[in-house]
Design a binder for this molecule. Structure first.
Ligand SMILES: [Zn+2]
Length: 84
């Protein structure tokens, strides 16, 4: 396991990216002529991408803990699944 000297800062940066991305997605969905179910599918796909983004950086998207400390009963991205 590699050490992460500033874990709190890194999750802060991930959450910032997440909030910015969410703003963009909301604006995009609001401007679009998508039907309601299409919007839901679009946002679901985006959430999947964010979960991957968090996992790629070593964090659980659901609880915002390091993957190795994640205690979610059903982790969105189990640690093993991120090892390609
Ligand atoms: Zn978790």
């Amino acid at each position: 396991m590699s050490q992460s000297p500033r874990p709190s800062r890194r999750i802060f940066e991930l959450l910032k990216a997440y909030h910015e991305s969410r703003e963009n997605i909301r604006a995009l969905v609001d401007m679009s002529r998508m039907r309601e179910y299409e919007k839901v599918g679009f946002i679901d796909a985006w959430q999947e991408e964010m979960a991957d983004f968090f996992a790629d950086n070593g964090y659980c998207f659901a609880c915002n803990r390091r993957l190795e400390r994640c205690s979610c009963e059903e982790p969105l991205r189990p640690l093993a699944a991120t090892r390609h």
